[in-house]
Design a protein around this ligand. Sequence first.
Ligand code: ADP
Ligand code: MG
Length: 554
Amino acid sequence: MHAATSPVSVLLIDDQELAADMVREKLRGQPDIVLHYEADAAKALQACRALQPSVVLVDLKMPGIDGFDVLQTVRSDTAHLPLILLSSEESPDTKFEAFARGAHDYLVKWPDTRELLARVRYHAAAYRAHCERDAAFASLRTSQEVLLRRTQELAQSQAALQQAKKMEAIGQLTGGVAHDFNNVLQIISGNLEILRLLAHDNPAALHRINAAMEGVNRGARLSSHLLAFARRQPLQATSVDIGRLLFGMEELLRRALGHDIEVHTEVSDALWEVLADAIQLENVILNLALNARDAMREGGRLVLRACNAAAGAAEADAGCDEDGDYVMIEVADSGSGMSREVLERVFEPFFTTKLPGQGTGLGLSMAYGFVKQSGGQIRIDSTPGQGTTVRIFLPRAQQALQPAAVSSAGAAVAQFPAARMDAVGQRGRILVVDDEAAVRETAAAWLESLGYAVWQAHDGASALALIEGGLEVDLLFTDVIMPGPVRSSALVGEASVRLPGLKVLYTSGFPEGELAHDGRLAPDVRLLKKPYAGEALAREVAALLAPVGTQHPD
Ligand code: ADP
Ligand code: MG
């Protein structure tokens, strides 16, 4: 029995103090039973709550509030506490009413001591068992709930991991294909450039060459989209004022979306600047807006919103896996929304639900790659029939940065003052280093045709051997990734020591490794993205070799 560990606590409620003496007398010599006494029936409930007895004995006849009333009040408070009515009458009617009002037992004053003890102990043990069973059920229910929750959480994180692995694998594949594809395009475009020079007096041939070049450009656009998804596009991150960027796009978006779609921009006060490539970011927002337009064929509302998401704040918690301050950019439409199945696949390259010719399935994959490469997060919420909200979180710029120098050739063209382009054809000595023979030879042939003296090397080690052997050049034009023990960065380091004033131009299908930190280029690195046009190569080389003072700002 439990008697040794926890005593049975009996509460007696009776207006007659004599009754208390009687019961105390009967319980004398029972160390496992403790008696409490309350003379005022009005305080019965209070006493039960305070003392938490295991059994309550209640007198039937009391002035004012009688035993039945006490039964009823206490029972309405606790369902299972044993209540035993004490009465001097043995009438069946009274007994019946006592049980009807919630009594567990009925004793006629005064029962034999053994009977009283037996009944008190029996009811106390039953009550204890009842309470223990309830507690066990409650804890079982809680642990079942915890188990269920944990299982759901586990399933969710496994699904997220699966998804991340899938995106990683597709990214690897896409990046690899785009890289090799760029080399192929480079060979084709380089040779087309040379053909164009050879065929300058043959209009029919020039026409064909231009058509072929158009194909190369289309391929280059595709591969740059794929590189964006693979997080390998050259990004020029600067400090960007998102408010200005969004308001600056409003007019363009209104025109692109048409009259039936209302465009609304909300930018919260004191918005932080973010660190990102502004041109690519505009591109991403435009893509999101075009998706929204396609989802609102009957018209609707597009809301662009920007606000701060401080580390630890609800917005940041919902969107970001890592601590840190972010700015949230939201693009919300009132369009058709997406099913779960579609939502799970939207970031995959070439996944589209649109008709052939109407969708490429590259918009959201580019957005995904761009945001990830920029150190941010992208989340989509969508309800079929109600609309879609895309949220992009971009890291806050720590200090206001100056717009960085333009370093990728594509972007440089736009800024390059026309007056300086006459440098094409200026003489100089160039060492071209690339492991792809066709790419290297095309570049060399093109540079030679422009009047430069050109040497070639197929990897870092042989290029270095040439320089160590006494070759003097003004410019090193080298691929970033090459096989062999001497990496391009080491080649540039060594060569610059031997040839002070040496200019360096990198080229790559994608900027990786030493050149890029988190895929972002250092501002002092000049990189010519593959595939590049002969014109772009000529401009970059001319700019690098131009006499000091006429160079464009770096
Ligand atoms: P595309 O627009 O060329 O189909 P995206 O990668 O931009 O490629 O989008 C992939 C798919 O995601 C779309 O085909 C469409 O099914 C779905 N989607 C994207 N944005 C939305 C949107 N705002 N509302 C509804 N569906 C969308
Ligand atoms: Mg799209």
